[in-house]
Design a protein around this ligand. Sequence first.
Ligand code: NAD
Length: 484
Amino acid sequence: MEKILNYINGSYCAPLCGEWLDNYNPSTGKVYAKIAASNSEDIEAAYQAAANAFPAWSNTTIDERSRIMLKVASLIEKNLDKLAEAESEDNGKPLSLAKSVDIPRASANFRFFGNAITQFASEAHESVGLDTMNFTLRQPLGVVGCISPWNLPLYLFTWKVAPAIAAGNTVVAKPSEVTPKTAYLLGEILTEAGLPKGVLNIVHGLGPEAGQAIVGHPKIKAISFTGGTKTGEHIARTAAPMFKKLSLELGGKNPNIIFADCDYDKMLAVTVRSSFANQGQICLCGSRIFVEAGIYEKFKTDFVERVKKLKVGYPGDETTSIGALVSKPHMEKVRSYIDLARQDGGTVLYGGETVKVTGYEDGYYLQPTIIEISDNSCRVNQEEIFGPVVSIMSFKSESEVITMANDVKYGLSATVWTGNIDRTMRVSKQLESGIVWVNTWLNRDLRTPFGGMKDSGVGREGGFEALKFFTETKNVCIKYASEE
Ligand code: NAD
């Protein structure tokens, strides 16, 4: 059976303990590969490789770092089909989505940060009249740790490692054990692109074992983590007493606020996508839909009608809109929330059932599900479900919907649909979320700050924010004599 090996010091290697985990294909429910179940010894080997590579890499010219990163970007593009197939097989997402979004974005991440580093500069502050000059150095941190989740596997893995190495750090990185395949394949690409050995080490294994060993390693200087809020809390507890730099991108429960004065057709089309893209397994999906009372009944009918047409099917089939959920335990968790919604008085307007796809009967397929609720405080509206499940409810006024949108522990993103510019400004300013999209969704310019408020995280990624995170800021203050 195929083996997902670690990539340490520029070579593929088996885990030192000789232990392996099962890798499931969610669209068939079958084990199709074995994953290295690394432990702290493998992390130590990866750390040593990274530490040895750091002096040379941190002194490599910006042009050279950039050149290698652009080569990685091109090779990801060249291997689009192979990587997209691997992503779809590992994650259950439609192949068309992996081809059009995940893998192009992984390439874009390397290209973006390979270019961004050539423009990253620091400030100088002259203390006029005091014969003093200050300048700011932004120096790489050393060896850093990057840990990523399963929902957008290569997309989010590269979103972390690209700025880390662009800034001159060396890295120990761990993708999710649920979807390790594309990060594994990246190793070949790094070698072909000529990335020096040890600059990026990719280690596989369970979170509490391999992930914990990265976070708890005394010499790993910073942790960039994307994943669940509970895991983020645990990571913060481990890392904070060691004074590590931490970037935490965590869960969300994002409001999608629809005012009657919006461009209705555009809103409806995008809302179907923002609800169910990637089986609803995107931290930015708008899982709480609030609709202004005047158009509520019309929206309800039209939305259900549209969602009924989404085809749940085998991810490799071109007509599939909704593939398989990532794992059996995850599907069970999502289903338990649908049961809970029913118990709490919610009405399932559409969906709620598993789907048997012919030829793939053991896969983890679930209908897109719309639940009508009347109380924002119910658990279905307060807890992250992270599947193809949305709730809808109506609101009467702007202030009422802002209160409900903010009345949740998360604060990652929000979407607002309105044709009124005054309302756009008022609402955007009051929403407690790191990102507000108005009349659009998942519209990303990689230069913009990305991240959440409240329990959705700490810090911002993207653009120079990421390069700042992965560098230590030092002020050099020089007093000079004004006369000889
Ligand atoms: P998870 O927290 O279970 O796992 C994420 C990663 O952390 C995995 O690589 C896992 O192995 C590792 N991990 C687990 N326990 C660890 C520990 N004790 N120490 C170190 N590492 C550990 O999350 P998941 O289920 O893979 O992903 C889904 C979650 O990710 C959702 O909550 C979703 O909202 C969130 N997410 C957030 C963003 C964002 O940008 N804010 C983006 C995507 C996903």
